[in-house]
Design a protein. Structure first.
Length: 263
């Protein structure tokens, strides 16, 4: 076999391997919640610039819509790079994953809303008591003008937001208490995914949770709070992701541990 034939064979093998890899590869998921189609197309182009991905699933979880884009870089007449973005069809497996993720988001949102106003008290064996949201003297301040998320629920934690932020064991305990009831019916949906599309992160889903802290039930029912923390759910790593925190006077609490501990 001459050198030309050898080189051609190598090229064919490499091309076949590359095509096979592309067929199996998980395409990148990029959220664009509340976006129009043109916004989603621009998001795909921007994602290509930052991540170098050629196949991108742009998903609007808020409106349950998704588009797949193929992006590529070219050099224009002035020698400047430009991104070409073309809408393409999802594969059967990709569309199946997308549909499952929408179903998962709906189920998780319903679970969060249904769980609202549950009480967590680490000193009690049972942490599933629910306080009525219709109590005549009961009000919650969950306003956060900095949040771009859709608030879906509130959990009530006895203690201090400072301890919650500084002690990972407490966050893990509250997470396990909160998410325990979702593992069979909600999280099990993800087990059906073929992962032809990258798994969504908690922040992708446009859902969040407010942890309201209290010192006693009497104080809580009177509207007195001990601060609050806005959190995402990282159901892949089984942890809370902190978005922001406020003290009892509505002042921002630093999220950096050194600043939190006053160091």
């Amino acid at each position: 076999m001459n050198l030309k034939a050898i080189l051609f064979s190598v090229i064919v093998v490499l091309a076949t391997t590359f095509v096979s890899y592309e067929a199996r590869a998980t395409i990148k998921l990029t959220p664009c919640n509340g976006c129009t189609y043109d916004d989603m197309k621009r998001t795909a182009a921007q994602s290509q610039k930052s991540a170098g991905s050629s196949n991108i699933a742009v998903i609007n979880f808020r409106n349950a819509t998704a588009h797949k884009f193929h992006t590529s870089l070219e050099i224009d007449g002035d020698g400047e790079p430009i991104t070409n973005t073309t809408s393409v069809n999802f594969s059967i497996n990709e569309q199946r994953d997308i549909d499952l993720y929408f179903r998962f988001r709906d189920a998780l949102g319903a679970y969060i809303a249904n769980f609202s106003n549950q009480l967590y008290d680490s000193s009690l064996d049972s942490k599933t008591q629910k306080i009525s949201s219709t109590h005549p003297h009961y009000s919650l301040n969950t306003d956060d003008s900095e949040s771009g998320y859709v608030s879906k629920g509130v959990i009530l934690v006895k203690g201090s937001p400072y301890e919650f932020l500084s002690a990972s064991y407490q966050r893990n305990d509250v997470y396990d208490w909160f998410i325990g009831g979702a593992k069979r019916d909600v999280l099990a949906i993800l087990d059906s995914s073929l992962q032809a599309v990258e798994l969504p992160q908690g922040k992708d889903l446009d859902l969040d949770l407010n942890a309201i802290f209290y010192t006693s039930l009497e104080a809580l029912k009177s509207g007195d709070q001990n601060g609050r923390v806005k959190i995402d759910l990282d159901f892949i790593n089984d942890v809370f992701v902190i978005i922001s925190a406020k003290d009892t006077n509505n002042n921002s609490i630093p999220l950096n541990n050194d600043e939190l501990m006053g160091e």
